[in-house]
Design a binder for this molecule. Structure first.
Ligand code: TXA
Ligand code: MG
Length: 368
């Protein structure tokens, strides 16, 4: 669906959403990554509503979402006027990234313009910005004519929503929320975040579908990993200069059901942590490949759930699978360890944090 073919019947609904934002309300909306919980980026009270709705600490900064310039044909686009009210020090490298990947699943962190509210940056002097590619998000932003802050539309620390129904379930009974329904999110994990605010170094803060190799190949910009040595003459540990990223907390994206990973073909080993369980265990397996073996496990009832074996397919269904399985009342969920390779970094990151925070008692150490 292109921006121009947003269904007519949703036009009035989008206008209502714009009015809700202008009135200081919250609107959940689809993006190509996950659903966002949006508020007017210029309204401190509206921003505070996001933090209380999510139960998120107010010093965790939010991403500002912006509309693409009118004609987003790559050859004609000028993003500078779009960014100018929000950022200072727009480097050449940052502009290359913007021109190549926006609108799309890439968030960039810049030094902020002084007009950007401290409420949204958690008091930091940087601001995270992205232009989402989803046509309904773009339509909303275009009509709103200003920035919309939007974290993932989930309670702090829990699994991010990839459908309108997920958002409704997440806040049911706790929040009267307008939810724009743009179908299932195509990519399924949150945007790649790159910090462009520290001089000329591009630093990966959160892996996503857009990888450092793709960025290097398409723009020539080298993206550094946290802790990576920048050059033989500069062994600064980049982590010390990093701003806060709640998605980087160890426990995150967490289901209520305990979640563990298993090495290829080693499902039974993964159960050794749960020796006494008379359990019902859901085992995610790569397409049609059984990992359980003939004998199974004497005290455990297994059921297999197929998951795609390519990184993009797996990412698109990861949160969907975690949410669905979480609601089915399993005692344990086992997921295959993602293989080595940069294209798997995004899902590996989410799965590891989801494992760490999973289980009914996780709320005390979960985040975002
Ligand atoms: O795909 C996405 O990015 C989704 C959709 C809705 O756009 N949004 C999203 O927002 O994932 P959220 O709030 O769940 O995660 C944003 C992350 C947080 O970990 C936050 O700490 C980090 O971005 N962040 C925001 N502003 C930052 C800044 N100035 N410096 C460093 N990190 C920042
Ligand atoms: Mg989030």
């Amino acid at each position: 669906m292109s921006a121009d073919s947003t269904p007519l019947q949703s036009s009035a609904v989008i206008n209502e959403a714009v009015q809700t934002l202008r009135d200081g309300g919250l609107v959940a909306f689809p993006t190509e990554t996950v659903y966002g919980l949006g508020a007017d980026a210029k309204n401190p009270e509206a921003i505070n509503k996001i933090f209380s709705a999510k139960g998120r600490p107010s010093n965790h900064p939010l991403i500002v979402h912006l509309a693409a310039p009118d004609k987003f044909d790559q050859t004609q686009v000028d993003w500078v006027p779009v960014l100018a009210p929000w950022v200072r020090d727009l480097s050449e490298d940052a502009l290359k990234l913007v021109n190549t990947f926006w609108p799309g699943p890439l968030t960039l962190v810049f030094k902020k313009d002084k007009s950007v509210l401290n409420e949204l940056t958690g008091g930091q002097d940087t601001v995270a910005i992205r232009a989402p590619a989803h046509p309904m998000a773009q339509e909303l932003l275009r009509r709103f004519k200003s920035g919309v802050v939007a974290p993932s539309a989930n309670r702090f620390g829990r699994v991010s929503p990839t459908s309108a129904a997920d958002v409704r379930n997440e806040f049911e009974g706790t929040l009267d929320l307008m939810v724009l329904d743009g179908g299932d999110c195509a990519l399924g994990i949150e945007s790649t975040i790159i910090d462009m605010s520290s001089g000329n170094k591009a630093i990966l803060l959160r892996p996503g579908v857009i990888t450092p190799s793709e960025i290097l190949a398409k723009t020539g910009v080298q993206v550094y990993q946290v802790g990576q040595t920048v050059s033989a003459h500069d062994d600064t540990n980049l982590a010390s200069a990093l701003p806060r990223v709640s998605g980087s907390l160890k426990a995150h994206y967490a289901p209520n059901t305990p979640l563990r990973l298993y090495a290829p073909g080693r499902v039974l080993d993964a159960l050794s942590e749960f020796p006494d369980t008379k359990s019902r265990v859901a085992v995610a397996v790569w397409d049609s490949e059984s990992s359980l073996g003939e004998d199974g496990h004497p005290s455990v009832h297994f059921e297999e759930v197929e998951v795609p074996s390519d990184s993009a397919g797996f990412a698109s269904l990861l949160y969907r699978s975690l949410r669905d399985l979480d609601q089915q009342g399993w005692d344990l969920m086992l997921f295959p360890e993602p293989p080595a390779g940069e294209e798997w970094d995004g899902v590996r990151d989410r799965l590891q944090r989801a494992c760490f925070g999973s289980g009914p008692s996780s709320s005390s150490h979960a985040s975002n």
